[in-house]
Write a protein that binds this ligand. Structure first.
Ligand code: PMP
Length: 426
């Protein structure tokens, strides 16, 4: 892989800040070292001393005075070493990336911690997307990613999807506008990256099958594409065994994977982690150094304390509980949808995630229905147009979330939606 060819001029120009380099050096120095170099504040002056956090199983996490000093201090830009090590072991168990065994010239796998996966993704795009580039992504698309991509001045090429995600034949047809050799000719504008949400898509709830992933990976090899695997709903797959990830099939080192703790530990902690080829992770870390410096040390310590206490087995047990919750919620929403919306709307049962994506029969554009009528009838949903590359383009879909409402509220909400549709189409 020639990683340099994928980098934007901005990313290629990033250099290590001398102060951050010194901080990283200090962190690796023996305790006997006398440092007069650091610009960090003295944590003895901070008002927080220690913390005890109660975990849902009744146990506690202790952050004693000495750990608190560490938690409140600046830390290394890639993330704190112990957390990275824990998460690398997790990636090895779950995905066993073939790139782990790679020679350095082919690019080893590496990882950095980000402030939610969103920060990582936005920085990945800044690293890889130049104005005028063609970028492939599944549509309808996660609106947060459209917000990150659109200002970069690229041309978004939407990939048609169904309940099993990107349709490989459609991807093949789109790519047939180019020859594989065009990949190395920048003026050809052959796409360099493909962004996809492989499980429990937001908004569609779609999950890619293994066969489709294999086909897509082969096309990525043919056209030398980088696959950006944005997988925050990986841990919310309802059926086991979980589908193999793109990372797990990445023999070339062409996958950058974004994971998120938002749906399983806490969205407010803002904790994500990016796994991918070392040369890309290095660039991301330089961007982190120049922007946030690092993800909150306190957040990382909190998460690490819990993960170390649980071990991988405890972590996966916790996830089973989370899956059970969302599966039950999904089933409740499907029951209510069957009860109120049969004949009025169409949907597929999502195999993961937290969204039901419904096509409203006889309504060309759900925007007015949702933004005016539904709101005044006290039911909130998201109109499908919010997930179109061009949000002015009409959509006959709506996204309903089964995350926060009780089964009773979901039932009432869908009943209200049904009345609105009946009124609209009569
Ligand atoms: N990608 C997708 C598909 C999402 O749905 C979300 C959260 N809404 C994110 C990324 C961002 O997640 P995080 O909280 O980890 O930043």
């Amino acid at each position: 892989m020639n990683y340099a060819r994928f980098l934007t001029a901005v990313s290629a120009a990033r250099q290590i800040s001398p102060i951050r380099a010194m901080t990283d050096l200090l962190m690796r120095s023996p305790p006997s070292t006398i440092s007069l170099a650091g610009g960090a504040p003295n944590p003895d002056t901070f008002p927080f001393k220690s913390a005890r956090v109660t975990v849902s199983d009744g146990s506690t996490i202790e952050i004693d005075e000495s750990l608190m000093k560490k938690a409140l201090q600046y830390s290394a830009s890639p993330g704190i070493a112990e957390l990275i090590s824990w998460l690398k072991n997790l990636q090895k168990s779950l995905h066993n990336p073939p790139t782990l065994t790679y020679s350095p010239e082919k690019g080893q796998m590496d990882m950095c911690i980000t402030t939610g996966s969103q920060e990582g993704l936005a920085k990945i795009f800044e690293m890889l997307v130049d104005p005028g580039d063609n970028v492939l992504l599944d549509t309808p698309a996660y609106s947060g990613i459209l917000a990150a991509l659109k200002p970069l001045g690229c041309n978004l090429i939407g990939l048609p999807t169904d309940q099993f995600g990107i349709i490989p034949q459609a991807l093949k047809e789109i790519l047939s506008r180019w020859e594989p050799e065009d990949a190395i000719r920048p003026e050809s504008k052959c796409p360099k990256i493909l962004y996809t949400v492989p499980n429990g898509g937001n908004p569609t709830g779609a999950s890619l099958t293994t066969e489709r992933k294999e086909e897509i990976y082969q096309l990525a090899q043919k056209y030398d594409l980088i696959i950006i695997e944005d997988d925050p709903y990986y841990f919310l797959q309802f059926n086991k065994p979980w589908a193999p990830s793109f990372l797990s099939m990445d023999i070339d080192g062409r996958v950058i994977r974004a994971d998120s703790m938002s749906k399983i530990l806490s969205s407010g902690l803002r904790l994500g982690f990016i796994t991918g080829p070392k040369p890309f992770i290095e660039r991301l870390v330089l961007h982190i150094q120049a922007s946030t410096l690092h993800t909150s040390t306190f957040t990382q310590i909190m998460a690490l304390q819990l993960l170390e206490k649980w071990g991988q087995e405890g972590f996966l047990n916790h996830i089973d509980g989370v899956i059970h919750f969302y599966r039950t919620q999904r089933d409740a929403m499907l029951n209510s949808a069957n009860k109120w919306l049969s004949g009025l709307a169409e949907w597929h049962s999502p195999a993961g995630g937290m969204f039901l994506w419904m096509k409203i029969n006889g309504v060309q554009d759900t925007h007015k229905l949702i933004m005016l009528k539904a709101i005044s009838n006290e039911v909130l949903l998201v109109p499908g147009s919010a997930f179109n590359i061009d949000s002015a383009e009409p959509s006959s879909y709506v996204r309903a979330s089964y995350s926060l409402s009780s089964p009773e509220k979901m039932d009432q909400g869908l009943q209200r939606l049904a009345s609105l549709i009946i009124e609209e189409i009569k």
